[in-house]
Design a binder for this molecule. Structure first.
Ligand SMILES: [Zn+2]
Length: 322
């Protein structure tokens, strides 16, 4: 499970209108609006969206040479090249046209449909962060109580040499069973001038044993609501260092998520946005957190406890970053 930032006040349920975020200065805050997707597509010189299906709810597809996004009216879940991604706002149907919030156009559709894909030269630096460690055990297996910290460390230790073979300079935030603070994990990436940061975790929905699948998280863009808040405050106006990498975060998340799903072992719970994941806040580089399955689900716990499965997860990440 992801570690939250430092202790904070009890959650306040916010119920803000979607087009406005909290003004924090005396100057008027620009009110972001909704835009017709067809106009945005024309401005960005990509093909117009087309209606895939009208029933039970209208579903639209829009594509470029990068791939295809499928959008459903009234749902924040969207599909990008076959994987689930999550929007900040539900698409709207206005005058028989699909409208998206401008932040979704800027922060989600533009990086996927319009930006050049992430490329990596050799000799780049990556920091891999095995979640938890020491007295911070993380969650535990439903089968036998073994801790998340053990499995994240092994995943990272298997991943490091594979990345090194592909030309990456690899640093781990921990190489044994020790406590490492969230600040020190971020500082590790800063000290090594990392080009990328990947935090590795396994999930829990205990006492629910059914929930299962892969989730990949990146920081929520400023002004947008998160996919997951887990009871923490989700202040839309917050802006962290890592928000400078919103586009690359999403591209990295999508690339890793796609590769991990190709192992065929985990169902798709989507590329998601969260604001409470402290280890991502101060990253001055693209950074994501992967939840490689649920230790609270007996089937996935069995997988996660097998070294062969963790090797598969490591290979998937290494291949995605070739
Ligand atoms: Zn964790």
């Amino acid at each position: 499970m992801p570690q939250p930032p430092r202790p904070i006040a009890p959650a306040i349920k916010t119920n803000l209108p979607p087009a406005v975020h909290l003004p924090n200065t005396a100057r008027p805050t620009p009110v972001l609006t909704w835009a017709p997707l067809s106009r945005w597509a024309a401005e960005h010189k990509i093909g117009a969206p087309h209606l895939l299906s009208g029933l039970p709810v209208a579903t639209y597809a829009i594509g470029s040479t990068n791939g295809v996004v499928v959008l459903e009216i009234g749902s924040r879940e969207a599909i990008w090249n076959g994987i689930e991604i999550n929007l900040g706002f539900e698409p709207q149907l206005i005058d028989k046209q699909i409208f998206l919030h401008e932040l979704d156009l800027q922060r989600n559709l533009e990086p996927l449909l319009c930006d050049p894909p992430l490329t990596f030269s050799t000799n780049r630096v990556i920091v891999i962060d095995p979640g938890h460690g020491g007295s911070n055990t993380g969650t535990h297996s439903i089968l036998d109580g073994r801790f998340e910290k053990e499995f994240t460390l092994d995943w990272a230790l298997q991943l490091a040499p594979l990345l090194a073979t592909n030309g990456w300079k690899v640093f781990l935030t921990r190489t044994n069973d020790v406590d490492v603070s969230l600040d020190d994990r971020a500082a590790c990436a800063e000290m090594h001038h990392a080009d990328l940061f990947i935090s590795l975790h396994f999930n829990s929905a205990a006492p629910d044993q059914k929930q299962a699948g892969l989730e990949t998280y990146c920081l929520t863009p400023t002004g947008m609501s998160s996919t997951l808040v887990r009871g923490y405050n989700d202040f839309w106006s917050e802006n962290f260092s890592n928000n400078a990498f919103d586009a690359e975060n999403l591209q990295l998340a999508v690339r890793l998520h796609t590769a991990l799903l190709r192992t065929g072992a985990l169902e798709d719970r989507g590329v998601r946005r969260a604001r409470f994941i402290g280890v991502l806040h101060d990253q001055n580089r693209p950074a994501v957190l992967i939840e490689g399955g649920y230790l609270s689900n007996p089937h996935e716990a069995k997988l996660i406890e097998s070294p062969e499965f963790r090797q598969k997860l490591a290979e998937a990440i290494a291949n995605a970053l070739k």
